[in-house]
Design a protein around this ligand. Sequence first.
Ligand code: PMP
Length: 367
Amino acid sequence: TILKHVRPSLHDLKPYIPGKPIADVQRELGIDNIIKLASNENPAGPSKRAQEAIQQSLFDLHRYPDGGQVVLKSELAAYHNVSEDMLLIGNGSDEVISFFCTTFLEPGDEIVVPSPSFSEYKFASTLMAGRTVEVPLGEGFEYDLNDFANAVTDRTRIVFLCSPNNPTGTYIRQSDLEAFLQRISPEILVVIDEAYNEYVEAPDYAQGLDLLKKGYNVAVMRTFSKLFGLAALRVGYTITKPEIVNYVNRVREPFNVNHLAQVAAVAALHDEEHIEVSRKVNSEGKQALYEGFRRLGMKYIPTETNFILVDTGVDSKELFQALLRKGVIIRDGGFFGLPTWIRVTIGLPEENTRFLAALEESVKEMK
Ligand code: PMP
């Protein structure tokens, strides 16, 4: 049969199941006024300046995008105070994760990842017939980087650290990261996925960029999908050493980031008003949800991101359905191996209030 020659590594691969789109729920349940707190999107919406930049670019749709991503790279280089040859831009940071695995993994090579964490690392390594070594996070989902150093073998090619981590919201501390990098062979790439970096409030958070600038083999990953509110456009990027960019760039399709995405990203990067509002909505919403969870007697993990992991004490799959019937979409912790937990994105004030009321009611129904 034709399937005989499908690559064996694909047998174990399951397609990624994203947070349920609003339109799907509307169609299935026939209800309006649905709120989606499932995919860690920015509830304040996209940057107006990005929207305007797109409007103005609609006349250029017949042209190919800038394959060298020159303007966006030069803006990002200035923004981060790095040289342009340290940047590589992807169709979302999802694509950048794939780039790293495609560049570094031969069949049987290993990546080391936290657990629970973002599923894309394992997906990308499996695609290259790589092995994924999962390191459990500690009590309260704290990082202990000694466990990561101990998981490294002579087949390890990449260590993926997600900080702050999805779905836990926990982060790596400055002093811990440098000690870890000192222990790790310089032949291993340490990718620090900082998708939620712009939300961090903790003063002892390890900025991957500082360690890159000190000369360690670090690749920092950032995205425009979260604080910058451009998830639909798919723009993520890495900052790393030019020699690494030089190779990773060989696996990139020439026009991987479309034109509208590039112009919108440049505009959003400088939209101070949007950035400020987005941060404010998040930090106020965080406090409101913390208070709600305390009132309900639910244990939550303090977060440095735009989402919160909370132990509801009931079956999260059932709870997911109960909330869905009330028009609230969240992420079921079962997906991460946490069957009584849910991950909820911090929303607008009225969304948080409605979520908390729906949560209280659903849990009562289930008990
Ligand atoms: N890394 C982490 C930790 C994430 O949570 C996400 C988004 N869910 C991504 C990467 C992917 O983001 P992007 O939209 O840039 O592909």
